[in-house]
Design a protein around this ligand. Structure first.
Ligand SMILES: Nc1nc2c(ncn2[C@@H]2O[C@H](COP(=O)(O)OP(=O)(O)O)[C@@H](O)[C@H]2O)c(=O)[nH]1
Ligand SMILES: [Mg+2]
Ligand SMILES: [Zn+2]
Length: 334
C-alpha cells in the first residue's frame, strides 16, 4: 500500500500496470514484457503509476513516479496559521528558492512528483511573485485538501516525496472540512506567525485546532514542528532580527539553528506571545526561525523593488533534518 502525496488516497499498485509519459504530457501504458536487464531498469526509472482515487474531472487525474512508489511514504508538511499570516507567500517563496537550487548545499536535489501540477503551482504562485513582482491575491488560494505542491527530494541514495499543504487557518477549526483531511497524515508541521501581529487570538486557535487533533504520547506530540516568524522584514530594526535576516549563510549549521531558536523564543516571549509558543511546548522536537517571504511589504499589491526572500529554507531544512529526510545533520536539542 502506498499513500498518494497528491490526494492522500491509499492504494495498492502492481508492476503490471505502469505508464509512461509521452513528450506531449500524456500517459500511456508501458509494457515491460520484452525488456530485461539494463533496458528494464531504464524504463522503470521513467515509469509512472496511476493514482486510482476517483476524481470529479479527468484533468485532476494524476500519476506518480515509479521511483516514488517504490520508496514508500511521503512526508506531508502542513502549514498552519491564521488568515493573512503569510503562509501562501512563504510557501511560494520556499518553492522558488528550491527551484533556484537552494537545497544543493545540503546535498539534496528536488524534482516534481507530478510535472504538470508542479508547473501549474509555479505558474500560479512562484512566477507571479518572484518574476512579475505581484502580491498573491487571496482568491488564488484554494480551500481543498490538495497539497499546494509535492516534490521528490533525493539525497543521492534515498528519494522521499515531500508534499506541502497550505490550508486557510479558519478551516482548521472544523474537523470535518475536506481541507483538513491532511491532518492525520501530517509528518511535519510548519507553524506560521506574522512578526507584526500583536494579537495572539487567531494564531492560537489554528495552532490549537491542529495540536489538539494529533495523537500524543505522554502529553506531547512526536511530530517534528518548526515555528516560522514570517514578515520579519517588518521588525527588521529590532535586534536581533536584523542580524539573522541579513546575515544569511549558504548552509545552515546546527549551532545557528540552536541560537536562532533561542532568539525567536525570546522575541515572542518578550511580546507576551506565549500562546504562539504552544507548538514549542507541545512538540518534542521544535525549532524556531525568523523568515521573510518577500523581503518587504507590498505597495498596491506589488513589490516594485523585487521580491527578496530571507531565510525561507531554514524552517524546511530543520524539518527535513528532524524527520530524517536529510541525514547526517544531527538534531538540535533545545
Ligand atoms: N512585509 C511582508 N509582507 C508579507 C510577507 N509575506 C506575505 N506578506 C503579505 O501578507 C499578506 C498575507 O499573505 P498571505 O501569504 O496571503 O497569507 P495567508 O492568508 O496566511 O496565506 C499579503 O498582503 C502579503 O503581501 C513578508 O514576508 N513580508
Ligand atoms: Mg493563504
Ligand atoms: Zn492521488
Amino acid at each position: 500500500m502506498i499513500l498518494c502525496p497528491i490526494c492522500l488516497h491509499e492504494f495498492a499498485w502492481s508492476e503490471d500496470e505502469l505508464y509512461e509519459r509521452t513528450p506531449a504530457g500524456h500517459y500511456q501504458r508501458l509494457s515491460l514484457e520484452h525488456a530485461s536487464g539494463a533496458r528494464r531498469e531504464d524504463l522503470l526509472r521513467a515509469a509512472h503509476v496511476r493514482c486510482p482515487a476517483p476524481v470529479a474531472d479527468p484533468s485532476l487525474e494524476h500519476h506518480l513516479p515509479y521511483t516514488y512508489v517504490r520508496h514508500g511514504r511521503p512526508l506531508v508538511i502542513g502549514l498552519v496559521g491564521g488568515p493573512e499570516t503569510g503562509k501562501t507567500h512563504l510557501l511560494a517563496s520556499m518553492i522558488g528558492a528550491i527551484e533556484q537550487g537552494g537545497l544543493r548545499p545540503y546535498g539534496l536535489t528536488a524534482d516534481a512528483v507530478d510535472i504538470e501540477r508542479h508547473a501549474e503551482y509555479v505558474n500560479t504562485y512562484v512566477h507571479p511573485l518572484m518574476v512579475e513582482r505581484t502580491a498573491l491575491s487571496r482568491t488564488t488560494h484554494r480551500a481543498t485538501a490538495e497539497p499546494a505542491d509535492a516534490l521528490l527530494v533525493n539525497d543521492g541514495r534515498h528519494t522521499t516525496a515531500v508534499a506541502f499543504f497550505d490550508i486557510a487557518g479558519e478551516l482548521l477549526r472544523s474537523s470535518t472540512h475536506e481541507a483538513t483531511r491532511f491532518v492525520p497524515a501530517v509528518g511535519g508541521l510548519l507553524f506560521v506567525i506574522d512578526a507584526a501581529t500583536r494579537s495572539a487570538r487567531m494564531g492560537d486557535e489554528s495552532f490549537r485546532a491542529v495540536l489538539d487533533r494529533l495523537p500524543k504520547s505522554g502529553g506531547r506530540l512526536d511530530i517534528p514542528a518548526v515555528i516560522a516568524v514570517t514578515k520579519s522584514d517588518s521588525v527588521r530594526f529590532e535586534a536581533p532580527v536584523d542580524t539573522w535576516l541579513y546575515d544569511e549563510p549558504d548552509r545552515l549549521d546546527q549551532m545557528d539553528v540552536l541560537r536562532e531558536s533561542r532568539d525567536v523564543y525570546a522575541f515572542l516571549h518578550r511580546r507576551g506571545a506565549q500562546a504562539w509558543l504552544s507548538p514549542y511546548d507541545k512538540c518534542r522536537k521544535c525549532t524556531l526561525h525568523f523568515v521573510s517571504a518577500t523581503g518587504a511589504a507590498p505597495t498596491d499589491g506589488r513589490f516594485p523593488r523585487g521580491v527578496r526572500p530571507r531565510r525561507v529554507l531554514a524552517p524546511l531544512i530543520s524539518l527535513l533534518a528532524m524527520t530524517g529526510v536529510l541525514r547526517g545533520y544531527p538534531e538540535v536539542g533545545i
